[in-house]
Design a protein around this ligand. Structure first.
Ligand SMILES: O=C(O)CCC(=O)C(=O)O
Ligand SMILES: [Fe+2]
Length: 198
C-alpha cells in the first residue's frame, strides 16, 4: 500500500501500528447516508449465542464486486455490485491509498443503543496485512480501541464525513468496538472498505 499524503490527515500512533484520521473526507455525508439507506438489502442478522438467537444490535449490508463472498459474524455475505455513489468513493479511496478495495461492509446504527462489540478485522480472507478504510456518516460516535495484550482502552470520536484508515499491523495487536452511547439520538452509517484476497 502506498498512502498518498492527504492534506488534513492526522496520524495516530499506537503501540504496534497506526491510524490515519481525516475529518472531512466526504463532502456531503448526509446525502450519501440517505442514498445508502435507500439501497435494498439491509438486514439485522440473528446471532446464535449458547443456543439462543439474539438480534445483532445494528443493521448491516454487504456490497462489492459481484460474487465476492465474505464470512463475517457467523454469516456468509455475498456482494452483488456497488450502489451508486459508493463506487465513486471507492475509486477515490483506491487512488489515495494505492490499493484496491473489492467490497465494503455497511453498518447502520439507528441511535446510541446500536453498537458493535470488540473484535479485530483479521479474517484470513483479508490476508496478513489488511488495510481497512472506515468512512462515517451521520451521528458522531466514539470508536474504542483496546490492546489485545491488556492495557487501557482509547477512544476516538468519529465525525460525520470522516475517514479512518486502520493500517497494518493494527488488527494483530488491537481490538476495536463501537460502544453504546445512550445520549445519542441520531443515526449513523459506517462503511468499511476491505479487500478480500482469494
Ligand atoms: O462502525 C464503526 O465505526 C466500526 C465498524 C467496524 O469495526 C466493522 O465494520 O468492522
Ligand atoms: Fe471492525
Amino acid at each position: 500500500m502506498r498512502l498518498k499524503s492527504l492534506p488534513g490527515a492526522e496520524t495516530i500512533p499506537l503501540v504496534g501500528g497506526e491510524l490515519v484520521y481525516l475529518p472531512n473526507y466526504v463532502a456531503e455525508p448526509d446525502s450519501l447516508k440517505t442514498a445508502l439507506l435507500a439501497v435494498p438489502g439491509w438486514y439485522q442478522p440473528q446471532l446464535q449465542v449458547f443456543g439462543k438467537y439474539h438480534a445483532t444490535p445494528r443493521r448491516v449490508h454487504f456490497v462489492g464486486d459481484a460474487g465476492v463472498q465474505y464470512r463475517y459474524s457467523g454469516h456468509l455475505h455475498r456482494a452483488e455490485g456497488w450502489p451508486p455513489g459508493l463506487a465513486t468513493l471507492r475509486d477515490r479511496l483506491e487512488e489515495d491509498c494505492g490499493q484496491r478495495f473489492n467490497c465494503a461492509l455497511l453498518n447502520h446504527y439507528r441511535d446510541g443503543n446500536d453498537t458493535m462489540g470488540y473484535h479485530s478485522d483479521d479474517e484470513t480472507a483479508l490476508g496478513d496485512n489488511p488495510t481497512v478504510a472506515s468512512v462515517s456518516l451521520g451521528a458522531e460516535r466514539d470508536f474504542a480501541l483496546k490492546p489485545k495484550r491488556g492495557g487501557r482502552a482509547q477512544t476516538l470520536p468519529l465525525a460525520s464525513g470522516s475517514l479512518l484508515l486502520m493500517l497494518p499491523p493494527i488488527q494483530r495487536y488491537w481490538r476495536h468496538a463501537l460502544p453504546k452511547r445512550a445520549g445519542v439520538g441520531k443515526e449513523r452509517v459506517n462503511i468499511t472498505f476491505r479487500r478480500i484476497i482469494d
